[in-house]
Design a binder for this molecule. Sequence first.
Ligand code: SF4
Length: 269
Amino acid sequence: MVGFANAMEVFSLLDRSNCRRCGEKTCMAFAGAVYRGIKPISACPGLDPATCARYGTEKSPPPEGDDTLLAALLDQVGRLDPVETAARTGGTVVGNRIVLKVLGKDFGIDADGNFTTDIHVNNWVVVPFLTYLVQCRGDQPAGEWIAYREIAGGRERYPLFRKRCEEVMKQVADTWPDLFDDIVHLFSGERLPVQFDADISVVLKPLPKVPVMICYWKPADGMASSLNVFFDAAVDRCLDAGAVFNLGTGMARMFEVLALRHGIILPAA
Ligand code: SF4
């Protein structure tokens, strides 16, 4: 069976009639539900058996690493000194928990691996969060921006990062005019003055010492739009390239889900 890189891949298989026989209001909503593993693709009666068999009940791909990685990270975090860890990572200690600001919201963990948070917990957030607690050396951000491919170990992964992070965010931005205002509002972000001649530049903080800048160039004069994601030049002192990959692709997936919830009809890939 084959997995899906994003909801657009599911959507491209559908007839886009919005007939509602799957129980969803639109084919796009159904595509999002399949991608998130909430519905099997076979719930659309318009698909032929061969397509259903090919994609089966596959869910979205897991973040890099697997349950073994998650278990190892939880074990390492459980043995950290909360006070030292909070000071090093820019967090706080609340009761028996280490609490960090993740996209402006509190995200905490105790020594037994129990999470407390105002945002949805999934592996796309959890793996970078735990990796950050273990790997962050305590350095402040350098104040310079670099692309993913410039991070140690990022060059080889960049084509996939481009596809799963930057292309997905660009599709959402092309279709949702208020995207950047909304994410700045929802996630305590900041609009920046012009960066790299981009039309829009925003900074979000998915982790306290890991600022992420998203630059968007609108389509103009026959040129297609463009979107690039930049990380602080000191990001490799907080996260390895795999964790940065998960962070970027997780944010892209979150924007996609937000667009679907807002009833934004995203174009086919
Ligand atoms: S049943 Fe299939 S074609 Fe109809 S709305 Fe659902 S996904 Fe679209």
